[in-house]
Design a protein around this ligand. Structure first.
Ligand code: GAL
Length: 442
């Protein structure tokens, strides 16, 4: 495990270093014609040899790359003269990628399409004038008629639609190892806070890591699921309105719960990726882990695709994070048409493809997400995803904090800082004050 994590860390650091250097080189060295020249000259667009579809995402690792590879395969077969250029930047949840993307956008060197979460994150790009409306695409393909209204609302701004969602992920999933639970004498999968703590205590007594966790963002991800459980989905939504009152007993209770959970996590969390933390459960070294359902892609996907190839229900189980049963803490990966996209026609074709049933039913069973379209063929989806498809229909919705739905970037940065500090100090009162003042500024 340590060897893998160290390897991953080195790999991640190297990839990031190259990505940052690459982005800088693009910004500083590459002549405008290579990226933005298309707007001035019509010729490269017409010449198929010059065509290339540059797609920016952070889907590089286990549970992520394999889904993207499926899309790339279909694209390249259908578009032999406009091959896919995979401009990924490693790092779970886009923590590194978003910084690189921001540099490129600021320098007016966008890719042809980039991954942006539906909701507040997308609205930031829209307000900055960095992405173009896609009304023409929706008029032609009517994607908005086959996607849930709750999702379409999150990609709309001032009456225009700005992205094509490829999926819906669930963030509030408690993953567990059934064999470890059995050995530790945990006879019931915890459904509420009291049962959760009792189960964590049993795991601790059995000598395994009760709750595995990875680097900072995975702690923030855990935090949002605990808070949703403590305050409920309605209050959660209202906490993200500018000026909201975070000085309430329910918020304090949530923060204290989060602190309690941190006491059950592994001491090397900061140096682990989300895959490392998930693997601790798969390997029987940890009992539980909270992560989004990209974990299902990582757990059940093929080993040849960089995944673990383990069996649902037998090798791993899942349930809602205790306190959040009946709530879907959701997020959606959507793709955009950046202003100044160097191969605009190819980008439009890509977006039309992403909205199709074929693309969504090919990508999502591998990625570990349910499709954004309501007309998916459920038979193509695995055991976990069949459960998620059912939950989506009945659960109340709560928008994800970490993955772009409810929090604009400026506000999110303040919460990131406060939570990063809290992971060191565990000082609930300081954290609550910081959250309250961040909400005031909005
Ligand atoms: C999320 C993203 C998912 C998955 C995850 C882990 O932000 O929406 O698709 O990639 O990060 O990297």
């Amino acid at each position: 495990m340590n060897r893998t994590s160290r390897g991953d860390r080195v790999r991640r650091a190297t990839v990031l270093r190259f990505a940052l250097l690459g982005a800088l080189a693009l910004v500083l060295v590459v002549p405008a014609a290579s990226f933005g020249g298309q707007a001035k000259k019509a010729a490269p667009q017409a010449s198929t040899a010059a065509c290339q579809l540059q797609v920016f995402s952070w889907w590089t690792g286990g549970g992520e790359a394999a889904g993207l590879q499926k899309l790339i395969g279909i694209w390249n077969t259908a578009n032999p003269n406009c091959k896919f250029k995979n401009e990924t930047v490693a790092g779970g949840a886009g923590t590194n990628a978003k910084a690189v993307l921001a540099q490129r956008l600021a320098a007016h060197k966008p890719p042809d399409s980039f991954q942006g979460h539906a909701g507040a994150e997308l609205r930031d790009y829209i307000k900055a004038g960095q992405v173009l409306p896609l009304d023409f695409l929706y008029k032609k393909y009517h994607f908005d008629k086959v996607m849930p209204a709750s999702l379409v609302n999150q990609i709309k701004y001032n009456g225009h639609i700005y992205s094509v969602p490829v999926n819906i992920h669930r963030a509030n999933v408690l993953w567990y190892n059934p064999k470890v639970l059995k050995t530790a004498g945990i006879t019931k999968v915890p459904a509420n806070w009291t049962e959760f703590i009792a189960a964590l205590d049993k795991a601790k007594a059995a000598g395994v890591i009760p709750l595995s966790m990875g680097e900072q963002w995975t702690g923030e991800h855990l935090w949002e699921t605990v808070m949703i459980g403590a305050v409920g989905p309605t209050k959660w939504a209202s906490l993200w309105k500018k000026g909201a009152n975070w000085n309430t007993p329910a918020v304090t209770m949530g923060l204290n719960r989060f602190k309690t959970l941190l006491g059950y996590t592994n001491s090397d969390a900061a140096s682990l990726t989300w895959q490392d933390a998930g693997k601790l459960v798969a390997d029987g070294k940890a009992a539980f882990n909270v992560m989004g359902d990209w974990q299902d892609g990582y757990f059940s996907g093929t080993k040849s695709g960089g995944n673990l190839g383990i069996k649902p229900l037998k090798d791993y189980g899942w349930t809602a994070v205790p306190g959040t049963a009946g709530v879907y803490d959701w997020l959606s990966d959507s793709f955009t048409l950046p202003k100044g996209a160097p191969h605009k026609a190819a980008a439009i074709k890509w977006l039309a493809f992403l909205g199709s049933k074929h693309a969504q039913d090919t990508f999502n069973p591998v990625k570990g997400s349910i499709p954004a379209r309501k007309d998916a063929n459920a038979k193509l989806y695995g055991t976990y995803l069949k459960w998620a498809l059912k939950q989506w229909k009945t659960d109340k919705l709560a928008g994800s904090f970490y993955h772009g739905v409810v929090t604009p970037n400026a506000w999110k940065t303040k919460v990131d800082t406060a939570l990063g500090l809290f992971l060191q100090t565990k000082d609930v009162s300081t954290l609550q004050k910081s959250l309250a003042s961040a909400a005031k500024a909005g």
